[in-house]
Ligand binder design. Sequence first.
Ligand SMILES: NC(=O)c1ccc[n+]([C@@H]2O[C@H](COP(=O)([O-])OP(=O)(O)OC[C@H]3O[C@@H](n4cnc5c(N)ncnc54)[C@H](OP(=O)(O)O)[C@@H]3O)[C@@H](O)[C@H]2O)c1
Length: 271
Amino acid sequence: MVKAKVFVFEKLFDGLPKEDDLKIVEEELPPIKNGEFLVEAIYLSVDPYMRAYTACHKIGETNVGSQVGKNTAYFGFLEICTPQAGETVVVTGAAGAVGSHVGQIAKIKGCKVIGVTGSDEKGKWLVEELGFDHFINYKTADLDKALDELAPEKIDCYFDNVGGEISSIILRHMNNFGRISVCGSISGYNNKSEKATTIQRPMISLNLTMEGFIVSRWANRWNEGIQQNLKWIKEGKLKYHETVTEGFENMLKAFIELFTGGNVGKAIVKV
Ligand SMILES: NC(=O)c1ccc[n+]([C@@H]2O[C@H](COP(=O)([O-])OP(=O)(O)OC[C@H]3O[C@@H](n4cnc5c(N)ncnc54)[C@H](OP(=O)(O)O)[C@@H]3O)[C@@H](O)[C@H]2O)c1
């Protein structure tokens, strides 16, 4: 008989997740049936969607999670933003798993790239290590003014990982016929009373196109994304960084840190 450990809900998340919201429980796995196989977890992924999906969970249920990452940035950026060389791209959540990847793809495509992130340290990493042109620390800078200074030519593509007020400000700095790929809205995941911000005016007056996506839309093309990313990594054009937390029991801590900016690049847990 094989035993596994899972996190079950003691309390439902309310605002920022807390370490005592979940507890670790050992469970016996059912015997393997014909055609099934058992996979041992070595690395686990912690992702913001695990917060967004918990609205439909009940106390005592097991929290969701995944063991294998998928390449969200490649399709979500190229297919929806259709970036052209010489265009200006803004990425929010820029030092995270998806954002740091999107910005580098934009550089490969010959764009000017501005990353919006929550610390100067992360911003310097984006510019000095990953080749972004500029960064804006949304916690300390006046985003509106910074965009006036750094993108006087206006923004052609916006890859949105955070939503909320940050995105509303960015929308007002878009070029006519700009494209916006809506990947996530992490600024609202812990906030039940998030107010809807009016986006219609810039959408209309600037002829903008905004499209949301779930990465599984391109499931039939995953191999293409993996192969292209591997090629760029081997050519030294694409760098990746992982924030590794040791131990299954520290998974919830690693998850909470996604909402306090504790990770650089992809957050994973080594079991
Ligand atoms: N559509 C899809 O199929 C799909 C797939 C995967 C992920 N996503 C979404 O993509 C986004 C990024 O995911 P990821 O896995 O790459 O996570 P991540 O960016 O690696 O981690 C989250 C980061 O978000 C930033 N953040 C947290 N709270 C914030 C706030 N209130 N305002 C602004 N920034 C905040 C933090 O960085 P700072 O230090 O910079 O604040 C944090 O490090 C998430 O919204 C996620 O839900 C969507």
